[in-house]
Ligand binder design. Structure first.
Ligand code: GLU
Length: 450
């Protein structure tokens, strides 16, 4: 292994011992870009890797809010402005009970290269809170968002840092966050947030963009393999916003999602989640109860397996983990490989542990695509929302979709090309890491030391 890469990994292990998710993301990344670092001795001279793995800044703040009974609660808020070399920091906010500094940093780190891959001028950031939105009333959500934004507003702006949604944060939360930002700043800078409602500058197709983008990317993978969507059965973990977009677009292109899962278990619908009725039902089910997918089985009379995941089933052609980080560990990866499935397309951020990912990539019969490329359509359309806001106009759904489609094809093709240049063959994981890295590294080297 290149000694500078090794030395940086050792340092990370030592320095960030208490941040396992962050160390995991950095190690996977550094191992991928090793052939590039080996070719560029100047990186070591200018300590590029250590500068790359240390955030430019990270805010951690207290968020105090009152529940409907008048009781006060205190949560921790975060915003990590990881790397701004190619544009304003950009990335979502995650509201989830388990959020901590390690999770925010891993997400922000992944975001840097994902954002670079989109080809849009956006740096990498991420934020959130350990606030648990489950079971909260609308008024409680509003008060929490207002308090969160009161702490954050002085650090963000359309040319500084542009947050958006992630788990636990969708258009409703973005609305409350924007309202508070506007109230505090006394101006209408709607480019400060993306994922907004259409009434105040949101972009068409933004809610569907991550799922649609994942399917467009997959389409390029299938093309490369002289394969098509026709009749393909897809297993998607999760049934949130992203999974929903996958179901809808896959159905449009002739494939069908036959497995989906939630925290309560998994659903097997061999006919596929392809009709408008089924897709609409999922939307409504998620709105009323975000932790149970069983109602789908009750409604459409299909199999529900409680408390289990479907990894390892043989009657799918494509696996798409689209739920949470580290969903697929080593034992699960073995089951997936043994099932004989060819395509493993990551969608959620870092859904695979490093040992599992290494194993899947080593299986000759499999093609593995990395989340930071596959799910980049979401933030890509966020960047298009920023463009529309700064132009003070809105594009049609067709225009946005056309840009998204092109973006996903470019990400696939560029990853493929750069991997080939480095003699790695059709290696989409290394290709994405290297392509993203080269854009950010070049900008950092050109901007001098800091
Ligand atoms: N949270 C999403 C992601 O993981 C979207 C971020 C954004 O739109 O800024 O990329």
């Amino acid at each position: 292994m290149n000694s500078y890469v090794k030395q940086t990994i050792d340092l990370i292990y030592d320095k960030y011992r208490t941040q396992p998710e962050f160390v995991q993301a950095v190690e996977e990344f550094l191992l991928s870009i090793e052939p590039v670092v080996a070719k560029h001795p100047e990186y070591e001279k200018y300590d590029l890797l250590m500068r790359l793995v240390m955030p430019e800044r990270l805010f951690k703040f207290r968020v105090v809010w009152t529940d409907d009974e008048g009781k006060t609660h205190t949560n921790t808020g975060y915003r990590c402005q990881f790397n701004g070399a190619i544009g304003p920091y950009k990335g979502g906010l995650r509201f989830q009970k388990n959020v901590n500094e390690s999770i925010i940093k891993f997400l922000a780190f992944e975001q840097i290269f994902k954002n670079a891959l989109t080809g849009m001028p956006i740096g990498g950031g991420k934020g959130g809170s350990d606030f648990d939105p489950a079971g909260k009333s609308d008024a409680e959500i509003m008060r929490f968002c207002q308090s969160f934004m009161s702490a954050l507003y002085r650090y963000i702006g359309p040319d500084i840092d542009v947050p958006a949604g992630d788990m636990g944060v969708s258009a409703r939360e973005i609305g409350y966050l924007f309202g508070q930002y506007r109230r505090l700043k006394g101006n209408f800078e709607n480019g400060v947030l993306t994922g907004k409602g259409l009434s105040y500058g949101g972009s068409l197709i933004r809610p569907e963009a991550t799922g649609y983008g994942a399917v467009y990317y997959l389409q390029e993978v299938l093309k490369h393999e002289n394969d098509t969507f026709v009749g393909k059965r897809i297993g998607v973990s999760g049934y949130g916003n992203v999974a929903w977009g996958i179901m809808k677009k896959a159905a449009e292109l002739g494939a069908k999602v036959t497995y989906m899962s939630g925290p309560d278990g998994y659903i097997h619908d061999p006919d596929g989640i392809i009709t408008k009725e089924k897709l609409d039902f999922i939307l409504q089910m998620r709105r009323t109860d975000p932790v149970h997918c069983k109602p789908y089985a009750d409604k459409f009379g299909c199999e529900f397996v409680e408390g289990k995941k479907f990894w390892g089933v043989k009657d799918v052609d494509i696996y798409m983990p689209a739920a949470v980080q580290n969903d697929v560990g080593f034992e699960t990866a073995k089951k997936i490989a043994e099932s004989g499935v060819k395509y493993y397309i990551e969608v959620a951020n870092m859904p695979t542990t490093n040992d599992a990912l290494t194993y899947l990539r080593s299986c000759d019969h499999m093609i593995v695509a990395p989340s930071k490329a596959v799910n980049a359509g979401g933030v890509g359309v966020s960047a298009l929302e920023m463009s529309q806001n700064s132009e003070r106009l809105s594009w049609t759904a067709e225009e946005v979709d056309k840009h998204l489609h092109r973006m996903m094809k470019n990400i696939h093709d560029e990853s493929m090309k750069v991997a080939e240049e480095y003699g790695l063959g059709y290696d989409l994981v290394s290709g994405a890491n290297i392509a993203g890295f080269l854009k950010v590294a070049t900008a950092m080297m050109e901007q001098g030391l800091f």
